[in-house]
Design a protein around this ligand. Structure first.
Ligand code: IOT
Ligand code: MG
Length: 534
């Protein structure tokens, strides 16, 4: 097992009272695949696991229960302290099942991690997401049968059973999945406790965004943010050389600087740009300052846009704004190749996600959400309104999903959405987020000694702007005859159409002709010449 990577990065698991096998699932994530089957007196458990070479580490068995765990924990040391006198569990799965033995479902309230889990406990199935739902988890529940998977498309073979529940959902909090009745997404920060025989589900929240705001002196706020972020970066950098996807903005530069501080040798950084736009000069300043081994990848705009079906396939998201953020990152991940600088001998075959080329990637994704960075808003009331709105609406967008990088065989993780960092950032009063005329002030101040001044004060430029993705996507549509006033709506329709093809109908993204999708939407626009206001 590669100690640098989580044991598993995804699964399909089925608990049922008979022993029928689930169908072979499709995943966008690329990794080794292992099938596993267990039968007890009460039920059978079938699992298809996506792993990096040590599938056993993703399972744990104790007291008649079996846990399937994909992802990783970031507060292992604290958690181990809760189990005095026990043989200390080696894997994250073993740790979680040991905690379950003591705390029951409340064990999931203790975890700071990036994971999805399914536990089969005699008559019960328990499905859990991390606080941020950063690894999506979907379920299909019927009397006698519970299916759970980290990608909705993996549940394509599941029969639609929605009609057996009120509003098609086995529990009221379940997020319906577009055009897939009977499948729903487990909310962020939730545990579902399911009685297998009846399909009865009870959902418990294990985390909610803080609603109160902390008033701290500047120094203390800055110090708290710095320490929380350092810890989050430390717990996310494994024994190998970390790779940071670097734009040169404050968010990713902070992660890169902190990763470099704790690394014995130089870290790797990589920046993407297109023939239309890049932030290479800005990223280079940071790379030089921290002494990273830096790479620049230029993606031709046509190729970037042709990646839209892949981004939608991986993220299973229909929000066009989010897809514009994720598209350049997906393009980057797919072009990473072998970027390691430590002379590792490389892969052991052509299976994507093998131990040789799979990288652990850190990003600065998500910093803008608790800090209101996307909103360019200086009025404190409006800034906090924006933060509240974004914290209320992130769930289900899947913008943090590891599948974006897993599609290219890599594991990615986002320190700003560490549970402790997020708690600190969300809860700081708005005047610490916007201060002295700067957005994200507290973060900038927390890194002022670690980065050049020009980086600390660099204004926000979103990845969709810095790579020209938003403007190129718009141009693709206007070139196809879509009126300017209809572009926003047309982007949504394009993304939805792609989603329907790759997630609902199960087509591979390579088989989706983007031009044909754009033409289809442009024809529709011609029949609705008046832009429909959103
Ligand atoms: P942005 O902050 O620009 O980028 C997110 C991360 O992607 C960066 O921190 C960096 O790690 C990586 N990245 C960005 N550009 C490049 C590049 N050119 N080369 C290499 N890596 C790069 C959108 C955004 O502005 O991303 N994401 C927001 C939040 C979205 C809003 N979501 C919501 N309301 N639910 C964010 O906070 O990251
Ligand atoms: Mg950012």
């Amino acid at each position: 097992m590669d100690a640098n990577l989580p044991a598993a990065i995804g699964f399909l698991a089925e608990v049922r009272q008979d022993s029928a096998r689930p169908p072979e699932p499709v995943f966008a994530a690329r990794a080794f695949r292992a099938r596993w089957h267990e039968r007890t007196a009460d039920r059978s458990l079938h699992t298809v696991l996506l792993h990096f070479g040590a599938p056993d580490e993703a399972y744990a068995r104790e007291a008649g229960r079996t846990l399937v765990f994909a992802g990783e924990l970031y507060n292992r040391d604290e958690l181990l302290g809760l189990l005095p006198g026990r043989v200390l569990p080696g894997s994250d799965a073993a740790l979680v099942i040991a905690l379950f033995d003591v705390y029951g479902i409340h064990a999931f309230r203790l975890l700071n991690g990036r994971f999805a889990a399914l536990l089969a406990d005699r008559e019960r199935a328990v499905a859990a997401t991390d606080h941020a739902g950063s690894m999506p988890l979907y379920v299909s529940v019927a009397p006698g049968q519970v299916l759970a998977a980290t990608e909705a498309k993996a549940l394509r073979g599941a029969a639609p059973r929605g009609r057996s529940f009120p509003q098609g959902r086995p529990f009221p909090q379940g997020r319906p999945v577009r055009r897939r009745p009977g499948i729903c997404q487990v909310p962020a920060g939730s545990v579902l406790d399911i009685q297998v025989s009846t399909g009865l589900c009870v959902a418990h929240r294990t985390w909610t965004p803080p609603a109160a705001r902390r008033i701290l002196p500047e120094d203390e706020a800055v110090d708290t943010v710095r320490r929380a972020l350092e810890r989050a970066v430390r717990s996310r950098t494994g024994p190998g050389t970390p790779l940071v996807v670097l734009s040169g903005g404050i968010d990713s530069s902070a992660v890169a600087a902190l990763a470099a501080h704790r690394s014995a040798g130089p870290i790797d950084t990589v920046s993407m740009g297109t023939d239309q736009a890049d932030e290479f000069a800005q990223a280079r300043v940071v790379a030089r300052h921290i002494g990273s081994v830096h790479q620049e990848i230029t993606v031709p705009t046509g190729d970037l846009l042709r990646g839209l079906p892949h981004a939608v396939w991986a993220a299973e998201c229909t929000d066009p704004d989010v897809i514009e953020y994720l598209l350049p990152l997906t393009a980057l991940y797919l072009r990473l190749g072998d970027t390691r600088n430590d002379g590792d001998p490389g892969g052991d075959g052509d299976t994507g996600g093998d131990r040789g080329t799979a990288r652990r990637i850190l990003t600065g994704y998500g910093a803008d959400i608790p800090l209101g960075g996307m909103h360019r808003e200086s009025r404190l009331a409006q800034l906090d309104t924006a933060v509240c709105h974004d914290m209320d609406t992130f769930d289900g967008l899947n913008e943090m999903t590891p599948t974006l990088s897993a599609m290219a065989g890599h594991w990615s993780t986002h320190p700003y959405w560490d549970r402790d960092v997020l708690d600190v950032l969300v809860s700081l009063e708005a005047g610490l987020k916007r201060r002295h005329g700067r957005d994200k002030w507290v973060l900038r101040a927390a890194l002022s000694d670690a980065l050049p001044h020009e980086v600390v004060v660099r204004p926000k430029l979103g990845v969709h702007e810095g790579s020209g993705t938003t403007s190129s996507f718009s141009r693709l549509l206007t070139d196809a005859g879509i009126p300017k006033g209809f572009v926003r709506q047309a982007k949504r329709l394009v993304v939805e159409e792609i989603y329907d093809q790759v997630v609902v109908e199960g087509r591979h993204p390579d088989e989706v002709a983007l031009d044909a999708v754009v033409e289809l939407i442009s024809e529709r626009a011609a029949h609705h010449p008046h832009p429909i206001p959103r």
